[in-house]
Ligand binder design. Structure first.
Ligand code: PCA
Length: 325
């Protein structure tokens, strides 16, 4: 018996030295469809980490909300149910207004401005996340947000009573201020919501409309360029603390690469997906001057509301962004 125990112990030791030291598998929940550019960027990030750590950390992505739904991803990572994952940053605006810095209508409406706004906000967001047991790895913007409708819309008055799909507090508020009826639905579920009439319009990028083939239900996309919200990838801070310095370096390098590639893809995808909407049969173009003017007034209201909710730290972000202009 003793010999057998010794043999088993010796075999276990041998096995331990042959297998990669402390190989770990990290499941990475993501909310958007596998075809989306954020998911593609995440998949390459995962491959980069798996290869770069020599398999010591293998990241496996789970797009389309298949492991955790979008709204549950942050909590899952905070509580260690998943070590790493991606989520829409402004989805947390209901916890703290600061998270909504990137969904203020007409504050930052281009990729360049959105990058400057992110530079201004990043320290506050990193701190907020750190207080919640989360370490930020990288963040990538969505293309500019425009308005989708079933029928032609030329003014805010034309929007009255329309059922509007929202994805965060700001989009629900936009619906209220335009006289629409907000209903919060994850991107993974919007095709069905539009097909069944649960929603009839939304504000989003050409990218999400393209990914979800919304031309099957909707006919108009107005390029309002209202804001560029961001997705971010976070890791549980205790898990992060347990990673070797060498592997931390690899993960951070892969994250920088992913951020760069994701930004590049977002820009490329903007024109490509707007053309995709046209090819699907939608009318794609700028909103009327009247509609833009009315939406900008609503933007002023929403900016003031956000500044009030986000306090001094929010004001400091907007001031830092304005002075970088
Ligand atoms: N797509 C995401 C968020 C912003 C965007 O362009 C969505 O509609 O859920």
């Amino acid at each position: 018996m003793k010999n057998l125990t010794n043999l088993l112990a010796a075999t276990a030791l041998t096995a331990a030295t042959v297998a990669p030291a402390l190989a770990e598998k990290w499941d990475m929940p993501m909310a958007y469809s596998a075809s989306n550019f954020h998911s593609a960027t995440g998949a390459e990030f995962a491959k980069c980490v798996t290869t770069g750590t020599g398999g010591e950390i293998e990241i496996v992505t789970h797009p389309s909300g298949s492991l955790f739904k979008g709204g549950d991803i942050k909590r899952a990572i905070q509580t260690g149910q998943a070590p790493i994952g991606e989520r829409l940053l402004s989805g947390h605006q209901n916890e703290n207004a600061l998270f909504g810095f990137d969904s203020i209508p007409f504050l930052a409406t281009s990729f360049d401005d959105s990058a400057k706004l992110w530079d201004a906000a990043k320290p506050s967001i990193e701190k907020l996340l750190a207080e919640q047991n989360l370490t930020l790895l990288y963040a990538v913007p969505w293309p500019p947000q425009g308005l989708y409708f079933k029928n032609e819309v030329n003014s805010v008055a034309d929007m009255a009573g329309i059922k509007f799909r929202s994805y965060n507090n700001a989009t629900s508020r936009l619906a209220e201020l335009t006289g629409m009826l907000p209903v919060t639905i994850e991107a993974a579920e919007i095709s069905q919501a539009f097909a069944t009439g649960v929603a009839e319009s939304m504000v989003s990028s050409g990218s999400t409309g393209y990914d979800r083939k919304v031309w099957e239900s909707l006919s108009y996309f107005y390029e309002v360029d209202a804001w560029l919200p961001r997705n971010y990838v976070m890791v549980n801070s205790e898990v992060w603390a347990g990673v070797s310095d060498a592997n931390k370096n690899v993960i951070q390098a892969c994250a920088s690469l992913a951020e760069y590639a994701g930004n590049w893809r977002a820009k490329e995808y903007t024109g490509f997906t707007l053309q995709g909407l046209r090819d699907g049969g939608m009318t794609v173009g700028p909103a009327s001057d009247q509609m833009v003017g009315e939406l900008k007034e609503i933007g002023v209201t929403m900016t003031n509301e956000w500044l009030e909710a986000a306090g001094d730290e929010g004001k400091a972000i907007v001031d830092a962004f304005s002075s970088s202009q």
